[in-house]
Design a binder for this molecule. Structure first.
Ligand code: PLP
Length: 437
């Protein structure tokens, strides 16, 4: 009997042995293509001894020094190398242990900013339906992912939610023209309804990730959202936990539309899985304002010196090997190959994404775009069929109406080879055919 409280209750899991590049092996010697970099985490690829050595070297020198007692050379260097890459002026970096902690930090920062400005009435967080910002309670409340919220709903309910940018199921008559403006008008209305002097921030993923599977907004969306936030003095938080560090083929998802958020969160690709590292980042303007009156916050493991060493080493590899550009070109190839292989399948509704963040939405028929009943467990069957054939994928369910909705997601390491992409696509076609004969 295992004493591990498993993440996969009721499912026996293989035992992982080793990994390299875009491949993982289990202790039975089975090889898998890591088609999703775990949970869309691994950008630089597995098995980078350079990062392992940076982590070990730093842990050997000093593993822990409290963030209120010391700063460190790796942390100072990491923040100063990262700052010019971030889509904001004079960025300040607050390192934490993962995406949910980064989002909690960002929400508190927004509140601290308004308090410092004497606008204590600004408490309301506006998020989007079908979004995901993390599983801690503040981040979950900002999230609009119903299946994850449902059991904890009695503890939630302070955040307000507006429509996501979900082009495949866009309900607006003018679509695809002007969807961004209509969605921004909805945000405007939500702010007005809540009372403009009560709204602290709007949080959204630049490209919807874990719930809507790489749903890319129309080009007019982000500029219109930025304008609405500015008009109401509402801080814009870009949750780049999935999209950051090259995943969409640009350093940050915001770069795709040249939008400049006030606060940005990162995680996942920040350390590519080599260390639990998330970041909450704010503009110099937000920092100066908050610093004037203080920020009541912090975690035991924030500002980790080893985390900074890991992040720095990952950043160096991303730059040296041009991996952000690789994410862009390989993502184009992956979408093209997927479209050729399964694009005409009667149950494949949409293939979408940017860079190596790609989603395939499965439907009961393409004309009506109707979702399959959740009881069919289609996503689970496709994932199992792919895994049986040596391909690991990510997924989302329940996003169409809170219950139904099936999609599979690709987010492999940026070092995946063309041959591995072709193999992953071929296996996907087989898995879809096996699950949907
Ligand atoms: N924000 C976004 C956009 C995410 O995709 C995720 C995780 O999928 C999170 C936050 C939460 O990150 P973590 O699981 O590291 O807490």
């Amino acid at each position: 009997m295992s004493h591990v409280f498993s993440r996969a209750l009721g499912r026996a899991l293989p035992v992982v042995d080793r990994a390299e590049g875009a491949l993982i092996w289990d202790t039975q010697g089975r090889r898998y293509i890591d088609g999703s970099g775990g949970a869309i985490v691994v950008g630089i690829g597995h098995g980078r001894t350079e990062v392992a050595e940076a982590v070990a070297g730093q842990a050997g020198r000093v593993a822990y020094a409290h963030g209120t007692a010391f700063t460190s050379e790796p942390l100072e260097q990491y923040a100063s190398e990262l700052a010019p890459l971030l889509p904001m002026d004079d960025a300040r970096v607050y390192p934490v242990s993962g995406g949910s902690e980064a989002v909690e930090t960002a929400l508190k920062l927004a509140r601290a900013y308004h308090l410092a400005r004497g606008e204590g009435s600004r408490t309301v967080v506006i998020g989007r339906r079908s979004s995901y910002h993390g599983n801690t309670l503040g981040a979950l409340d900002a999230s609009g992912r119903e299946p994850l919220r449902r059991p904890y709903e009695p503890w939630l309910g302070r955040a307000v939610h507006v429509s996501p940018a979900y082009e495949y199921r866009c309900p607006f008559p003018g679509h695809p023209v002007g969807c961004g403006r209509v969605l921004a008008d909805q945000l405007d209305e939500a702010i007005t309804n809540a009372g403009p002097d009560t709204v602290a921030c709007f949080i959204a993923e630049p490209v919807s990730g874990a719930t809507l599977g790489a749903a890319v907004p129309s080009d007019d969306y982000w500029p219109a959202i930025r304008e609405v936030c500015d008009r109401h003095g509402v801080l814009l938080i870009a949750d780049e936990v999935m999209t950051g560090f090259g995943r969409t083929g640009a350093w940050f998802g915001c770069d795709q539309w040249e939008v400049r958020p006030d606060i940005l969160t990162a995680g996942k690709g920040t350390s590519s899985g080599y260390w639990p590292l998330g970041l909450a980042v704010c503009s110099g303007d937000v920092y100066e304002t908050v610093a004037s009156s203080g920020f009541t916050h912090g975690f035991t493991y924030s500002h980790s010196v080893v985390g900074a060493a890991a992040g720095l080493s990952v950043l160096e590899i991303l730059r040296r090997e041009n991996l952000v550009e690789a994410s862009r070109t390989k993502g184009e190839r992956l979408r093209k190959e997927l479209t050729a292989a399964v694009g005409d399948h009667p149950h494949v509704g949409d293939i979408r994404g940017l860079g190596l963040m790609v989603g395939v939405e499965l439907v009961s028929d393409r004309g009506s775009k109707r979702a399959l009943p959740r009881s069919d467990a289609l996503t689970e069957r496709v994932l199992a069929a792919a895994k049986e054939r040596g391909l690991l994928l990510y997924s989302s369910t329940g996003f169409v109406d809170g219950v139904d909705g099936d999609l599979i997601m690709f987010g492999p390491p940026f070092v995946i080879s063309d041959e591995q992409i072709d193999e992953a696509v071929a296996v996907t076609a087989e898995a879809v055919a096996a699950a949907l004969p």
